[in-house]
Ligand binder design. Structure first.
Ligand code: NI
Length: 262
């Protein structure tokens, strides 16, 4: 059973993979086979939200879970599948097939080193289908290549914004103004993480439309300012602090269950 929940909170320098040496990673693998991989997106988030919202939030939640458990956190896969947002300047997207290939290679790298449990913390709904496809692809490769971890290799996707506690609190604070994109809950978290973003907030004409998602031109026609059903002006840094705690609490339990499961 992996050893998590250390007696004192680890520093970021001991949980961030990018700050470790390879010998430290080798030692880590002696006592824990789990690792957290954050994935976000670089895409428009309405007229007041940061382009990097989904990457910033996924990384923050993943690092907070890492601090609470001592489980390593990889660098964030900040680029995601955001084809439908390409009608707005600043959006940088990977096609589903590209993202699938990137994730497959990253997960296979970790499997080759002996990581057995990969916990993917996602900040963007548009990534979900492709992440799941990448899991199916990497399971095939891990078995096909007869890697030592094959019998025990597992990947799990968690969406911080869909955890029940976050969902409930967003409903309580914002009701149906939470919407589906450029939501006040995710904007609140960015305001907590990056106070300079407060200067971009201003009231917006309400209500933002809701509806389906197709291609980028259609998206821009249906949702002219980029929002879907949301009022991000309701967001505050204090709310963001609360959402970070609720997301980390919920995902810490999910991670613990995942590491302890067969
Ligand atoms: Ni988002």
């Amino acid at each position: 059973m992996p050893e998590i929940l250390p007696s004192s909170a680890p520093s970021d320098s001991s949980i961030r993979l990018d700050l470790l040496t390879w010998t430290e990673v080798e030692n880590y693998l002696d006592h824990c086979k789990g690792i957290i991989l954050p994935i976000g997106s670089i895409e428009q988030h309405g007229p007041t939200g940061a382009i990097g919202t989904d990457a910033l939030t996924a990384e923050a939640v993943a690092l907070e879970v890492g601090r609470r458990t001592g489980v390593l956190v990889t660098p964030t896969q900040c680029f995601g599948m955001a084809q439908h947002h390409l009608g707005f300047p600043g959006t940088m997207s990977l096609q589903p097939s590209t993202l699938l290939a990137v994730l497959h290679d990253l997960l296979l790298s970790l499997a080759g080193h002996g990581f057995e449990k990969i916990f993917v913390v996602n900040g963007h709904g548009g990534n979900i289908a492709t992440v799941k496809a990448a899991f199916a692809q990497v399971y095939t490769s891990v078995c096909g290549q007869k890697l030592a971890v094959a019998p025990r290799f597992r990947c799990k996707l968690v969406n911080w914004f869909m955890s029940s506690e976050v969902f409930r609190k967003a409903r309580e604070l914002y009701g149906d103004k939470e919407g589906q994109h450029a939501t006040p809950s995710e904007i609140a978290l960015t305001l907590h993480l990056e106070p300079s973003l407060l200067s971009k907030q201003h009231p917006l004409s309400d209500p933002a439309p809701s509806g389906p998602i197709y291609g980028p031109e259609d998206f821009r026609c249906r949702y002219p300012d980029g929002r879907m059903g949301s009022d991000p002006y309701l967001a505050s840094p204090k709310h963001g602090e609360l959402f970070l705690d609720k997301a980390a609490t919920s995902l810490t339990k999910d991670l613990s269950d995942f590491l302890n499961a067969l």
